[in-house]
Design a protein around this ligand. Sequence first.
Ligand SMILES: Cc1cc2nc3c(=O)[nH]c(=O)nc-3n(C[C@H](O)[C@H](O)[C@H](O)COP(=O)(O)OP(=O)(O)OC[C@H]3O[C@@H](n4cnc5c(N)ncnc54)[C@H](O)[C@@H]3O)c2cc1C
Ligand code: FES
Length: 504
Amino acid sequence: MSSSTSSLWTPAASARTASALAGNDTCDVCVIGAGIAGLTTAYLLGREGKRVLVLDAKPEFAAGETEYTTAHLAWYLDDHFSHLVAVRGDAIAKTAASTHRNAIALIGDIVKREQIDCDYHAVSGHLFAAANGTDLLHEEAETLTRLELPFERTKLAFPNEKEVECLRFPDHARFHPIRYVLGLVAAVRQQGGVIYTDTVVEKVRGGRPCEVRTTKEHTVTAGAVVIATNNPFEGGTVLHTKVSAHLTYALAANVPSGSFADGLFWDTAAPYHYVRLQPGGPASDVDTLIVGGEDHKTGQAQDQATRWDRLTAWTRERFPNLGPVRHRWSGQVFETPDGLGLIGLAPWNGPNVFVITGDSGMGLTHGTLGAQLVTDLVANRVNESAAAYSPSRLMPGALLTRLGENLNMAAQYVDWVTGGDVKNPDHIPPGQGAVIRSGLTKLAVYKDDRGAVTKMSAVCPHMGAIVHWNAAESTWDCPCHGSRFSATGTCLHGPSVGDLKNVD
Ligand SMILES: Cc1cc2nc3c(=O)[nH]c(=O)nc-3n(C[C@H](O)[C@H](O)[C@H](O)COP(=O)(O)OP(=O)(O)OC[C@H]3O[C@@H](n4cnc5c(N)ncnc54)[C@H](O)[C@@H]3O)c2cc1C
Ligand code: FES
C-alpha cells in the first residue's frame, strides 16, 4: 500500500492498465470494481452472452485488496461454524460450507477452461490450537460432525517440533491471485467485455434501465449494475450497521524447501494467525512462507509498525529456520456479525442493482460465490443460497455484537472535540503525518522526507469522521467505515469517492 511495504503478488512490470471511460456508454451489465469479485462476475456474465463494462477507480485493475490477499481458498469459515450455527442455525451453516466449496471448485474449473497459469493447487486446510484454544477446537469438531462436514482430528508439527492439536479439512486450495485475475481479464476481453480504469463511480441509480454516474460526469446506462468495490461507496446506515473495517498484516519469507507441509493453517487465537506455503522462492532450495494476523479495527491502533515485528516473532518461534522477511504488507477486511458476505440486491440502490461485500476475511471465495449468485439473480434464476447472503437479512442472534460495533463507530466522532496529535507542524518528523487542531476543525498534516508540508482537512469526505495517521503504511485511515487516503490525501479505498481536501 505504501512505498515501504509491498505485496508478494505485485507484478514487477505492470500488465494491468486500461484506458479511462471517456464518454457516456451503454451495456447489458455494468460491473463496478475490478478485483476478484467484479472480474469473476464480468467473466460469468460474459459467458452467458451479456455485454459487460467493468469500471475501476484505480489506474490499474486488480490493485485493490485482491493484490494484498494471502490467497487461501477455504471453505472452513474463519469465524467458525459454531458461531454461525449459534446466530443463523444449521441450515445456513451447511449452505455456507457448500457455497464456499463450490467457489473453490469453480476457480479450479475456470483455471482449467481458460488455461490460466496461476499455480492453482488443491491442499488441505488446518485449524490448530493456540494456547487455551483446545475448547474451541472441540466445539468445532462437535458442530462439524453434526453438520456432516468432512474433517479429521490430527496433530500438527511445526519445524520447532512442538506438536499441537489440529482439525484437518479436505478440498481447500491455493493460487497466485494476480495471475488468476489477469487470466480472468484476458477471458473477459475475449468475450467482448470492456474494462476501464481511472474511472471513479460516485452514484448508482437503480431502475429499468439503471444509471451509473462517474466523478467525471460520464454516465453508463445498463440493464443491471453490480457493485463489487469491496466496500460500497453508497449504502449509508443500512450497510454500515452490518460491516466493520479491520486492518490485517502479512509477511512473506523463505524457509528451506520441503521443511513444512503445503497447506493452509489457521490458529484458534483472536485475532487469529494464518499461514500457508507457496512452494518455490527466489532460489531452488527455498519455499515461501506467508503468514498473516495482528488484525485491528481500521484507524483504531497506534502501533501499526510493531504489528509486523510481533508477527515475525510469532513465526520465528515456530519456524526457527525462517529467512529474512522479503515482503510485508497490510490491507483491509470487512467483517459482518455472522461472518457471511452481503451479496444480492443492494437494498439502498433500487431495482436491478446488486452488491458483493462483507468479505469477512474470506473475500476470494466470497467474491467468487458472490459472482455466481449475482449472475443467477441478473438472469432471474433461482439460487438457493440467496437468503443466506441477502444484504437485507436480519441477524437477531448477532444484534449484541452489532450494537457494540455501532457504539464503537459513534465513539469515533468524539475526535471532533479532542485535541490534535501535536500542536504544530514543527513537531512532525520528516516522512510522518499528524492531526492538528485548527479552531473548530482538524487538519491532517503530512511532512515529506525533505520537510515540505501538505495540509489537508482531517475530515473524511465520506461521513465526516476524523482520519488517523497510519505510520506503518503512511496513509490516513478513517476509523468509522474504512476509507483510506495516501499521505497527500488521494483516496485509496472507499467508501469515500473523494480525496482529503487540501487547505493550503
Ligand atoms: C492481508 C490480507 C489477507 C487476506 N487473505 C485472504 C485469504 O487468504 N483468503 C481469502 O479468501 N481472502 C483473503 N483476504 C480478503 C480478500 O483478499 C479480499 O476480500 C478480496 O480480494 C476482495 O476482492 P474484491 O474484488 O471484493 O475487492 P478488491 O480487490 O478490493 O476490488 C475492488 C475494486 O473496486 C475498485 N473501486 C472501489 N471504489 C470504487 C469506485 N467508487 N468506483 C470504481 N471502482 C472502485 C477498487 O479500485 C478495486 O480495484 C485477505 C485480505 C488481506 C488484506
Ligand atoms: S469512511 Fe465513513 S466517515 Fe470516513
